[in-house]
Design a protein around this ligand. Structure first.
Ligand code: AMP
Length: 412
């Protein structure tokens, strides 16, 4: 074979439920008034450096950055929020009705070490609700992701929830934590991470480090009055929406802009890459990219890991592009009839195809089985003269003769 897809990428091929998962995750948001947006796959590099955070792994190690022919530094987007907030500001959407509610889906790019559930080009479905700090909105946003997973049939998704505080309470906590970490016997790499962002050390999965951190101070116990009230309102909102969650006081996420409400969806059937999706409040993001103060909250859910979770739970969702009817013509008059009939079915919104290539009955029936259609219509030239077709239910092999005059109505 001459070429292969680049390392860390993959092809979506026909016969998979890719679109059903990608769009299904967003269906509850669509019903809740989140309008569809699409932003460029690349942006000014500075947007991510400022919007995602210069100290993050994503920005320091994982960006696909290149200069275009005009010498501009551009970066393939590693995440969706910075671009969406840029678009909201650029088009003044925040001067209209608040919150601005949007949903998006598309590829993101990070130069990570590929492994199961981790790619260099991967797909996220996401939403953002911008312009208000109302905790009821936090609860809605979190619930919409939860409902997206439920609607796909996933039953073992766990929601982890916490608050990361805000510029009133976080700086003092950060210092307290840094002082605490300085008193521990940490390895050099961890010490370095503590220096860049002490909060990130808390999220380290190594059991020996977790044991060492057992008594570490937690931000959830140090929230200022406003953050505490906000968090309690979010918790009450989720409870009244019937969304179960687990308090996760050590949850920290990889992007710098999160504050207050922060959450992650995990699944235990995925191995090392257990994070299905996550998000949070990013009230400082707009200002960090040169905009006015503009609070926001959102999430991004990984589509590949959602598909892995469906597989792990043994849940099948309808694959994309599923045919309903497959017509098998035997003879030239039957073929002309089949082409016309398939055209009429499609015009009525029935997904229909026919056996091209003038195959015999056996080959054409094989094609019908492989097509995935529920119904096969078998017609020979003599059937046409007699005014009947054989309608076969491919799910159980039952076959009945149907008058041609009734066929369209019956199939539609
Ligand atoms: P993040 O934007 O880092 O908060 O990630 C949100 C979700 O996107 C994660 O929970 C994953 O499901 C998915 N994701 C992030 N990075 C990758 C990757 N390299 N490959 C596949 N999925 C990813």
């Amino acid at each position: 074979m001459a070429f292969q897809a680049p390392k860390g990428t993959y092809d979506v091929l026909p016969g998979t439920p890719f679109l059903a998962a990608r769009d299904g995750l967003l269906e509850p948001a669509r019903l809740a008034g989140y309008g569809y947006v699409e932003t460029p796959a690349f942006e000014d590099t500075e947007l991510f450096a400022r919007g995602v955070g210069a100290s993050t792994d994503v920005v320091t190690k994982e960006m696909y950055t290149f200069s275009d022919r005009g010498g501009r530094s551009l970066t393939l987007r590693p995440e969706g929020t910075a671009g969406v907030v840029r678009a909201v500001l650029e088009h003044g959407l925040h001067h209209g009705q608040l919150p601005v509610k949007v949903r998006y889906a598309g590829p993101m790019f990070r130069a990570e070490r590929p492994q199961k559930g981790r790619f260099r080009q991967f797909q996220q479905s996401g939403v953002e609700a911008i312009g208000l700090t109302d905790p009821a909105l936090d609860a809605e946003v979190v619930a919409l992701a939860w409902e997206g997973y439920q609607a796909l049939g996933l039953r073992h998704v766990r929601l982890l929830l916490t608050s990361l505080g805000d510029p009133t309470c976080r700086p003092a906590y950060r210092e307290e934590l840094a002082a605490y970490l300085a008193g521990l016997d940490l390895d050099e790499a961890t010490r370095e991470r503590a220096r860049i962002n002490p909060l990130r050390v808390l999220d380290d999965k190594r059991p020996e480090l977790q044991a060492l951190l057992a008594d570490a101070p937690l931000i959830i116990d140090r929230l200022c009055a406003d953050c505490k009230a906000h968090h309690e309102a979010v918790v009450a909102g989720l409870e009244s929406l019937g969304v179960p969650f687990e308090p996760a006081p050590r949850l920290v996420r990889g992007l710098d802009y999160y504050m207050r409400t922060t959450f992650e969806f995990v699944h235990d059937g995925l191995g090392a890459q257990s994070a299905l999706g996550g998000g949070g409040r990013y009230d400082g993001l707009s200002e960090s990219i040169g905009g006015p103060p503009l609070p926001g909250i959102g999430w991004a859910l990984g589509v590949e890991r959602t598909l892995l979770a469906l597989e792990a739970e043994g849940v099948t969702i309808p694959q994309d592009d599923r045919l309903q009817v497959f017509v098998v013509p035997l003879g030239s008059a039957a073929k002309a009839w089949a082409v016309a009939t398939v055209g009429r079915l499609r015009a009525q919104g029935v997904a229909a195809d026919l056996a091209y290539g003038d195959r015999g009955l056996k080959g054409a029936m094989k094609a019908a089985d492989r097509s995935g259609a529920r119904w096969a219509v078998v017609v020979g030239d003599r059937d046409l003269d007699a005014g009947v077709a054989q309608l076969k239910d491919l799910s159980n092999g039952e076959q009945t003769a149907v008058p041609l005059s009734d066929l369209l109505e019956k199939l539609a």
